[in-house]
Write a protein that binds this ligand. Structure first.
Ligand code: 3HC
Length: 698
């Protein structure tokens, strides 16, 4: 499409404008248009300087991620960058917005870079399991030195324009717009009042320090983390090659590494995660539906969850009134808010000034009437249906017209909560994950009567809070916790069958989780799921297998890290648990009481059953219409349950393992415990039609 690139020529200056909203991704049409426009300017005898600018909110934020894995279309980005870098005429890149990935590589090909204030620059390819593949690994270390270049490429994190100027990554931060500044510079050059080197001239003047370069490479290699993620190691190899190989060979070396990495399952999974997160936030049925404005919020309940939510809201500049039942509880709630802020300041995640500004926005009250002006009221009281419905009945009377009434409950039916008010259309579920101030996931739970604009408000709020929202229907536990429960149940079966919690945790860490299910339970506390099990005990089907090992641990006071012992033992001040023979004895006694003869359970079986249980619960969520699509389930598990990102989530992992294989395993397992392992209906439907979960995301 020719209109993705526009050219204009005035007084010897060719200005080429890139225009491919929303982020000017460097897709094939844009590359073709830019190559043609650049060739024209390069060969036009009237043109003496070329300026590259971008229309809209940003300079290109990278290659088009959706093109990866498809046959490449000419011109490739490295060819385009090579043409610009080889220009005999000076080229100025006028930068603004988010100059990322291939976008930064395009800028690196220019001789001069000017950035508008507020520009951020980075090479995030590593987070997609790949490396800068358009010359970035070669040009960047030559420009700013190997150490900072490795820092940028291995972290994937963007830097601000001022820092980029310090590093020599850009040549100037403009006063106003970058395009205007580039124009002034070009005119000064044409008037003989300024120098404008080409990229080749600048490169010729540089002399690398081989010792410093190789030492940066060696220390980066020594610091390599997860050996199953190949991209960081390949980035380091490329930077080394930039010093040791002739220039052309260095570029070819980078290209080979890029092409190999793009094809890896890890890169496929990371790309899926990137696109799935954006897909989760997009709700086509809400296009054109306005979100309600949120300036003031109320949070009812100042426990750990309520305080965390208050901090999240304050961080987005929303004024918060915290409501508790009496002054003592209120003081404790406000103290929790202060503590979360304090820790954030200590860890450098919040400046003292930002904390002061947030604190200005907090108030407290002991009566719900204080919330009559709030635009949003989030209920975070304890999981007690009578209490919650009472709060909502009161809020229905007190809250102003069009206030959004949100419940954080994951076990009390949202539709029953909504029915307690006179205005079910205003009621929505906002299921935060602890700690709510930091965890990325927010499940937006849509009730039978929730108005579309209230749903739109939930998604807009998530974006404002910097969270990733996933839409869920009403059920017990929603998406993330239902899958977590299925995972734990499958692992509990194995625990009773003969595995130790330590073997299970090690097997799941080896799969890629940062911690195993029993370490996770110790961290969050065994008493919370215990209380839930007791609450649900009357509804439990006695024919279903029930593993009581967790109950026995709780009865023995082993509530997890906070009690100094759970599945692991935590000697004074230790956060990392040690294995405890008492736990193994307790499990053995429980097996004996149930008449279970322990069998050998291997790590491969643990991982297979864990994945089958998670994917099958995900499939049930699709059968029931609770989750919108498989990629939403993946997002919930990545952002809320620490599922390894480079495996893409349970539904993608199931696709990669093969649906037929997993369905057959589920059938095998179902012979032991039909109710839990019975395959959801959707497996057969997909297999019969030759489809995968990925096909349902489109
Ligand atoms: N390719 C394709 N689409 C992209 C894209 C990309 N690189 N970056 C963003 N988009 C799309 C998103 O999918 C979304 O689409 P939608 O509206 O249809 O949902 C839209 O642009 C807006 O994106 P966000 O919702 O993320 O908008 P934000 O304002 O929150 O963030 C951003 C903007 C900071 C640019 C963020 O989108 C981002 O980080 N993008 C990815 C940057 C990146 O990883 N670049 C490297 C790509 S790999 C590469 O360049 C290889 C090279 O070395 C050869």
């Amino acid at each position: 499409m020719a209109d993705q690139v526009r050219s204009a020529r005035t007084e010897g200056i060719a200005t080429i404008t890139l225009d491919n909203p929303p982020v000017n991704a460097l897709g094939a049409d844009l590359r073709r248009g830019l190559m043609a426009a650049f060739d024209k300017a390069a060969t036009d005898p009237e043109v003496r300087v070329i300026i590259l600018v971008a229309a809209g909110r940003t300079w290109p934020a990278g290659a088009d991620v959706r093109e990866f894995g498809k046959p490449p279309e000419a011109p490739l980005l490295p060819e385009l960058c090579a043409a610009i870098a080889g220009s005999a005429k000076p080229v100025i890149a006028a930068l603004h917005g988010t100059v990322l990935g291939g976008g930064l590589e395009l800028a690196l090909a220019a001789g001069v870079r000017v950035a508008a204030p507020g520009t951020t620059l980075g090479l995030p390819e590593v987070s997609l399991g790949i490396l800068p593949g358009a010359g970035g690994t070669q040009r960047l270390p030559r420009l700013i030195g190997a150490k900072p270049a490795l820092g940028l490429m291995l972290s994937g994190l963007p830097i601000a324009a001022a820092r980029a100027l310090d590093l020599g990554l850009i040549d100037a931060v403009s006063d106003g717009g970058a395009a205007e500044a580039a124009g002034r510079l070009a005119r000064a050059y044409l008037a003989g009042a300024a120098e404008l080197p080409t990229a080749a001239e600048r490169a010729a003047g540089r002399k690398p320090d081989p010792e410093a370069w190789l030492s940066a490479v060696a220390s980066a290699r020594a610091g390599l983390g997860n050996p199953r993620l190949p991209a960081p190691g390949r980035i380091i190899d490329c930077v080394e090659a930039a010093l040791l190989l002739p220039e052309d060979e260095g570029f070819a070396f980078e290209r080979t590494a890029f092409v190999e990495l793009v094809e890896t399952p890890e890169a496929g999974a990371l790309r899926h995660a990137f696109l799935a997160e954006r897909h989760a936030m997009r709700q086509p049925d809400l296009d054109g539906v306005p979100a309600r404005e949120i300036h003031r919020a109320g949070v009812v309940g100042g426990g750990q969850m309520g305080a965390g939510i208050a901090v999240a809201l304050l961080g987005a500049g929303i004024a918060v009134t915290l409501v508790e039942r009496d002054q003592t509880a209120l003081a404790a709630g406000l103290a929790r808010v202060a503590t979360i802020h304090e820790r954030a300041v200590e860890k450098g995640r919040l400046t003292p000034e930002a904390r002061e500004a947030a604190w200005e926005l907090v108030s407290g009250a002991t009566v719900l009437d204080a919330l009559e002006t709030a635009d949003l009221i989030v209920e975070a009281v304890s999981e007690d249906e009578a209490l919650k419905t009472q709060v909502f009945a009161d809020l229905g009377r007190i809250a102003k017209r069009h206030a959004v009434l949100a419940s954080t409950s994951s076990s009390v039916d949202l539709n029953r909560i909504a029915a307690a008010t006179s205005r079910p259309e205003d009621v929505i579920g906002l299921h935060f994950f602890a700690p709510a101030s930091a965890m990325k996931l927010l499940e937006v739970v849509v009730g039978a009567g929730t108005a579309p604009e209230v749903v739109a408000t939930g998604f807009a709020l998530a974006k404002r809070l910097g969270k990733i929202a996933v839409r869920s229907g009403v059920c017990d536990g929603f998406i993330g916790n239902r899958i977590l429960t299925a995972y734990r149940t499958a692992m509990d079966f194995l625990l009773e069958d003969g595995a130790s919690p330590y073997e299970i945790d090690a097997a799941m860490r080896d799969f890629g989780f940062p911690f195993g299910p029993y370490q996770g339970l110790d961290l969050t506390g065994l008493d919370i799921p215990w209380a839930r099990r007791r609450r649900l005990s009357l509804r439990r089907d006695p024919a279903r297998r029930y593993v009581a090992i967790g109950d026995r641990l709780c009865e023995a006071g082993r509530l997890g890290q906070k009690a100094g012992k759970g599945y692991y033992l935590y000697p004074e001040g230790e956060r990392k648990g040690v294995e405890d023979p008492d736990v193994l004895r307790l499990i053995a006694a429980e097996r004996q009481a149930r008449g279970v003869v322990a069998r050998k359970v291997g790590a491969a079986e643990i991982r297979r059953r864990a994945l089958a249980a998670m994917a099958n619960e995900g499939a049930r969520l699709l059968d029931e219409g609770i989750a919108r699509c498989p990629s939403d389930i993946d997002v919930a598990m990545l952002a809320g349950q620490a599922f390894p990102r480079w495996r893409g989530g349970p539904m993608m992992a199931a696709d990669q393992a093969g649906l037929l294989e997993i369905r057959n395993e589920l059938r095998d397992f179902a012979r032991e415990e039909e109710a839990f392992w019975r395959p959801a209906l959707i497996w057969d439907e997909l297999i019969k039609n030759g489809l995968t979960f990925a096909d349902l995301n489109r």
